[in-house]
Every structure is written in C-alpha cells, then in structure tokens.
Design a protein around this ligand. Sequence first.
Ligand SMILES: N[C@@H](CCC(=O)N[C@@H](CS)C(=O)NCC(=O)O)C(=O)O
Length: 194
Amino acid sequence: MEFETSRWVRPLWMLRELGVDFDTVEVDRGQLDSPEFRALNPMGKVPVLVDQGVAICESAAIVLYLGDRFPSPPLPAPGTPERGVHDARVMHIVTEFEPPLWLWHRAVKHGEGGPEVIALAKRKLAVAAGQVESSETFQAADLLLSTLLTWSVGQPMWADFPELVRYRDRNIARPAFPQCLFDRELRDSPTRAR
Ligand SMILES: N[C@@H](CCC(=O)N[C@@H](CS)C(=O)NCC(=O)O)C(=O)O
C-alpha cells in the first residue's frame, strides 16, 4: 500500500520484534471506504490488526496490545510503575509530538502550512532531542517515535537534530525493523548514517 506515511510499519515492526507469526493483507486506498473495511475500522484507516476475530485499530494501541499479548522486553509488564512511565511516553508521542510532526511533514512535502508549522515542529523536535540519548533500552515507545522520525527524513531541518538522527538510525538498524518499507523515504536522506 503506497501511503506517504507509514503508521502501518509500527505493528509490523512490533510483530517482528516479538517473533510472532502473522499474515498481512494489503488494501489499496479505494478499499478504505468499503463497508467491509469500515466494519474493521470505522475511520477507514490502516493499520488494523485482527486477532481472534476482533479488529483493533490505532497503531500505538496495536503495538501496546501486541506487547501484552506476547510479553517480551520491548514493553514493561502491565500494572508496574515502569509501564506507567512507558505509557506516559506513548501518550506524549501520539498526542503532543505526532500532530505537529504530521503538519510539518505536510509542509515540507506538499508546501502546506506556514513558518509557524515549522517553528512548532522544531520546538517539539528539540524537546525530543533532549530526551532520546538518555534512553538506553529499546521499548515500544522507541519504536513508535522512531517511525515518526522517518517522516520527511531527508529535509535539511534534520541537520539541526543530530541526536535524533543517531537515535532513529540506531533503532531502525534493529534486525526486526521492516527495512525495505522505508527505503523510499530514506533513500535520498542526506542525514542517514549508514
Ligand atoms: N492514528 C491512526 C492514524 C492512521 C492513519 O492516518 N493511517 C493512514 C496511513 S499512515 C491512512 O490510513 N490514511 C488513509 C486515509 O486517511 O485515507 C493510527 O496511528 O493508526
């Protein structure tokens, strides 16, 4: 499925981290409005995970679900303080970080939005840059954040955030990362350290 963003990589990456068997089904954009697909996700968006006959939407929720279903190091156990801290990171990523990053992605790729969009994204990136180098262990939250950091990855603005580039490159070098899926975005990246 040729989408300009790749939230569907998140569950795929998590499944590969967990070593779980799974099947994938490709849908094209035209199918997202079909009654069959809307029955799985009323929002008409990918990704959707179907497990035991139940459809689960929202990429971050799917990643957390998978980590609980197949317990493994990328996700602290439910009900522990570590999990509380972890999930706070996830909430921050999806509510505070992802929306401005998305607008910035649109701005640089499609010329939408003004300088204020870039300025807000830069402020958010600066906050993230101050946090990532202290995170030593790879967790589900790092998976989510790293996928966001591949958006508009080749843009000159990345030169301002070498910590984020190092962090992202370290994480997407993991064997479980579905590398081929990002080749399109990373191909021309001047900041990617290979
Ligand atoms: N918050 C949702 C966003 C899902 C989303 O926007 N998916 C995009 C692909 S990355 C999509 O399906 N776009 C198709 C459309 O909006 O028509 C999630 O994280 O799963």
